[in-house]
Design a protein around this ligand. Sequence first.
Ligand code: PEP
Ligand code: MG
Length: 570
Amino acid sequence: MLIVSGIPVSSGVAIGKAYILAHALNEVEPYLISEQNILNEIKRFNQAIKQLKSELLNLKKELKKNRMNEFGSFIDVQLAIINDPKISKNPLEIIKKTKQNAEWALKVQMEEIITKFNSIENSYIRERKNDVYQVCETLIKYLIGHESKQLSNDKNRIIVAHDISPADALKFKNSNNIAFVTDIGGTTSHTAILAKSINIPSVVGTQKAKNLISNGDNIIVDGDHGYVIINPTDEVINEYRLKQNLYELESKKLLNLQKLTSKTIDKVPVNLYVNIEDTNNIESVILNNTKGVGLFRTEFIFMDKHRMLDENEQFIIYKNLTKALPNKTITIRTLDSGGDKVIEHMPNTNQNPALGLRAIRFCLAEPDVFITQIKALLRAAHYGDIRILIPMLSSDNELRQVKLLIQRAKDILTSERKKFNPKTLVGGMIEVPAAAIDAESFANQLDFLSIGTNDLIQYTLAVDRTDDAVSHLYDSSHPALLKLIKGVIDAGTKAGIEVSLCGEMAGDPKLTKLLIGLGLTNFSMHPSSLLKVKKVILESEFSKVKSKAKKILSTHDKIEIENLINNLNN
Ligand code: PEP
Ligand code: MG
């Protein structure tokens, strides 16, 4: 028995047989093509391109049919890569020039592209590198005739691979696969997001699982703790079967909570909202009886299209949301580009992106971009309960400029005789320590506040949220952070405005009681966390958790804080 650990990205337990996906790129060898066969080789390459294109287009149609079209953008990224002449044309030149085989020509070309990517220090771009890699791997599989071997019909397969493309992950969803294990990838990789959405236990970033596992090995995947157990003893298998049963029972039981009103035992209402990145994945807002969308990260609609959208294009997207979610509050955050989110053709400070011209700073430097988005939002707010959320505010002066630009957008809309809601609420994200410390001033000038702990932790503790090397220092129960959160909640309460929390902390059930104890009554999170958090809310008693949270707030030692949080949860 051997245990490998990685990053848990999708919870649950799977027990099955390893199915190793060939790493086709490793099998490519160069060989010479005779002059008269060059045309044939070119045909072979073009045929592979055509096959992958048609496969991706079919997959896209299927996604639509299965109401999973939110993943269409992953397929679009891969289609864009295939259509790029660097992939679809340059290898043809290499074949002609070097008289070498098609798969070798593609590998040479891919390595050149990847080398260029490697010189860029940015996690979003790094993800794109993986997309290029995955497209080339699939093309090479076609060229060396691997594909038919890949999809046999064994039951309970656990896919073990160097990496899995989103397209492969979707294909595997419909067959007998019960878990994914990959050597590379992180929590934000496309495959990780997909695995979470299709509910398959998954562990990524194991680095060495593929080398240590052989086809047919018995495997346990623990998607909650990130363990992959190779050839477990019968005792361990039995233990995990028990865990598996409990997990399944628990998930079924949670569904019973969907319609219940979210409130504590002592009847304090705790509102739940959903975080979204696009407009397709919104059924959970209604299914789970939530108050609405607490955070729509609009930069993703620009990132998917690789460009800015004009006022009308944006207006249609936002207005459609009001139609899809009648009677729900829809909180739409203005563009938060920069940092680790890069939109092509837009400037990005490469010195230190997290501290650079990102979010509202970028929008104030490019007022046309901001005014265009505000106009679209004000117009859509005429049709439903849309409210505007401004990211990364850090000073009063910035807020003044924001207000002036919003007024300017209203004046333009009036002169253009376009319908809009002049009373649209405007809130601010508190994710910079300066804003948290000065929260009273922001609370007095805004209609609502939303605490973005993902960034607030990064900036308070000086820990880059994208850097694995310091991830052990990224601490969501650090006493300084808890004090900042408490201060923001109190400032909002004093000003009589809503304060919500929309960072990943909101979706961590281990922190739910603590946050309620600090006075938080609005949580916004990824849909997959909603019911787990709701369960804890329903079991909480505000008066009790409040006094325990007070004790935690006055504690400084990390271990002691952890013990107190455990005690609060038991
Ligand atoms: C946050 O910082 O907590 C947040 C929700 O915003 P994002 O993760 O998009 O930076
Ligand atoms: Mg943020």
